[in-house]
Ligand binder design. Sequence first.
Ligand SMILES: NC(=O)C1=CN([C@@H]2O[C@H](COP(=O)(O)OP(=O)(O)OC[C@H]3O[C@@H](n4cnc5c(N)ncnc54)[C@H](O)[C@@H]3O)[C@@H](O)[C@H]2O)C=CC1
Ligand SMILES: O=C([O-])CC(=O)C(=O)O
Length: 263
Amino acid sequence: MKNVMFVGYGSMARKVHEMLPKNIVLSTVLASPRSAERIKAEIGESIDVITSVDDLVKIPDLAVEMSGQNGLKEHAIKILEKGIPLGIVSVGAFTDENFAVSLADVAEVQGVKIYILAGAVAGIDGINAASLAGLSDVVYQGRKHPSSWKGSHADQLIDYDNLVEPIVFFTGTAREAAALFPDNSNVAATIALAGVGLDDTTVELIADPTLEHNIHHIMAEGVFGKLEISMTGLPLAENPKTSSLAAFSALRLCCQIDQVIQI
Ligand SMILES: NC(=O)C1=CN([C@@H]2O[C@H](COP(=O)(O)OP(=O)(O)OC[C@H]3O[C@@H](n4cnc5c(N)ncnc54)[C@H](O)[C@@H]3O)[C@@H](O)[C@H]2O)C=CC1
Ligand SMILES: O=C([O-])CC(=O)C(=O)O
């Protein structure tokens, strides 16, 4: 039996919780003060709901961040200082160099691992392996329904009421994308960190009113040859911004803590 702690309990965390196997137990939720009471009422008394790592009663075998970049920045260092390995989905936070360096330093001192999750896309293993031999070009295209972009910086770039066909509303680097669209460009940051870095990965973001899925397209070229991956992901019912595969990727990490053979 292994214990996990979730940082944040929103759409993704709820889906992971629902699908945890019997040998992996959610022992603690690290929540924001605003939502702690609601989460307590929802998940019952057997799971500790805390708002600060200082209040942790039972040290879990793994913490998985599913709280957005701010939640990650608020809690990650303290989690690592307690010697708890940490899985991360809000990978866009790595655009903050000081934060990224502090995380790595604390993890090294504590001897704990940080797992950057593949999230909503496949192929991160291949891109990372290919980068060891040399990658010349990596392009990521994120295509979602306009409703998935609402509430973000895209509101200033898209005329939602008159949108009848797909538009590319952003072209830039992964660093720019992850900073401007923190809820929608974590995969861009992940692809960049696995491959040629945040400043050399090209990102195109598209609003497409004809879509029901989130489409992620990755193209990479290098010494290994060429890679082209297209993902047509169903969003989570609760949150159209988040592809369901991102939740399954977090679930996979939870399952791995109790597996001797990993794939
Ligand atoms: N790597 C990837 O492929 C993907 C990463 N993401 C990341 O995952 C995050 C979670 O996604 P969803 O569950 O769909 O979002 P959500 O908005 O449904 O849930 C986020 C939860 O985190 C909580 N939270 C916010 N600040 C917090 C804090 N300081 N401490 C503790 N909890 C806090 C919120 O109350 C909310 O319940 C997104 O914000 C995004 O950063 C999302 C999709 C894909
Ligand atoms: O879940 C997705 O489709 C990708 C996403 O939001 C992100 O990269 O932050």
